[in-house]
Design a protein around this ligand. Structure first.
Ligand code: SAM
Length: 305
């Protein structure tokens, strides 16, 4: 089923969590000289306008990036994420929001490789066009255009299947983001199967899975199942901007599950998550949780509001 368009959700609280963690992971990989590969199994359109089109329908960015936009107390560890969005909006007005491929392209270095998958026939066209414009813009500024065929490859296909051929990567360093729409139950199953296969092919890779925190059984089971894939090297962070609504509608809570996280990530999350709860939280149900496989102790917390 291909009805999902990420533009409706661009910049919401779930995107803030996902893209903040993604940029943290990439910046950690940047600390070593050896080039790495970033695989985005579900890329979306790459870039979204917030004042035209889908994003204006429910203005979901008002639950995420908008309340952060003009703050002058951004924690240091959240600044790299904000910088990517500020660079995209040089006028100072929040008009565009980056998707995961754009965030990655901005943070990654020239020798690193992006491998992007997208199945939706319209989204893949927009993604390709966005990257074409981005390259043209870089060229105008005198920045050497990326050797596109080498640095960025955009694949119109199934990301769960496509990942197999890319692992292990030549440099033995990679980050894989798995971010399906979860509109069909099968996505939950496919995430687990895909990661089990990836862990066999390339056990030292860094894998980040975004997932919605919902009352449905598949959503509750997913992180529990992912914890068993590669032993204790995992970290699970969730952000809820409110308690569950009585009618059960709406997405209030989401998580990022990271396999083989950098050792620095938990401390960074402990600095940033209370802030996100304070700024994005809508009611007393707002909270974050951080669990890590190293200690196997749940450290759920609800900060003072
Ligand atoms: N990762 C993007 C970001 O953070 O900006 C958002 C991705 S969106 C949640 C999920 C995307 O996956 C949609 O654009 C959808 O068309 C695409 N999709 C759905 N099933 C897919 C599959 N099996 N392989 C590749 N893309 C798929």
């Amino acid at each position: 089923m291909l009805s999902y368009r990420h533009g409706f959700h661009a910049g919401n609280h779930a995107d803030v969590l996902k893209h903040f963690v993604l940029i943290e992971l990439l910046n950690y990989l940047n600390q070593k000289d050896t080039a790495y590969t970033y695989v985005d199994t579900h890329s979306g359109a790459g870039l979204y306008s917030l004042d035209t089109g889908y994003a204006t329908k429910n203005a979901e960015y008002e639950t995420g990036i908008a309340p952060l936009w003009d703050r002058d107390d951004i924690p240091t560890a959240l600044q790299a994420y904000l910088d990517v969005i500020k660079d995209l909006n040089p006028s100072g007005k929040l008009r565009y929001y980056p998707g995961s491929p754009y965030c990655a392209d901005q943070v990654m270095r020239e020798p690193d490789r992006l491998r992007l998958f997208e199945l939706h026939p319209s989204e893949i066209k927009i993604l390709s066009e966005n990257f074409r414009k981005l390259e043209a813009h870089k060229a105008e500024q005198g920045i050497r255009p990326s050797t596109r065929g080498k640095r960025i490859m955009i694949n119109a296909g199934d990301g769960f299947d496509g990942l197999k051929a890319l692992l292990p990567p030549p440099s033995r360093r990679a980050l894989v983001l798995i971010d399906p729409p979860y509109e069909v139950k099968d996505d939950y199953r496919r995430v687990k199967v895909c990661l089990e296969d990836a862990a066999q092919r390339f056990p030292t890779g860094v894998y980040a899975v975004w997932y919605p925190v919902l009352s449905r059984i598949e959503s509750k089971q997913l992180p529990e199942r992912l914890k068993r894939i590669l032993g204790n090297g995992w970290l699970n962070v969730t952000l809820s901007i409110s308690g569950p609504s009585p009618d059960g509608f709406g997405l209030h809570s989401s998580g990022m599950f990271i396999i083989n996280p950098p050792w620095t990530l938990e401390a960074t999350l402990r600095e940033v998550m209370p802030y996100l709860v304070r700024v994005l939280g809508k009611d007393a149900g707002a909270r974050y949780t951080i669990e890590s496989g190293e200690t196997e102790v749940s450290k759920s917390e609800r900060p003072q509001r």
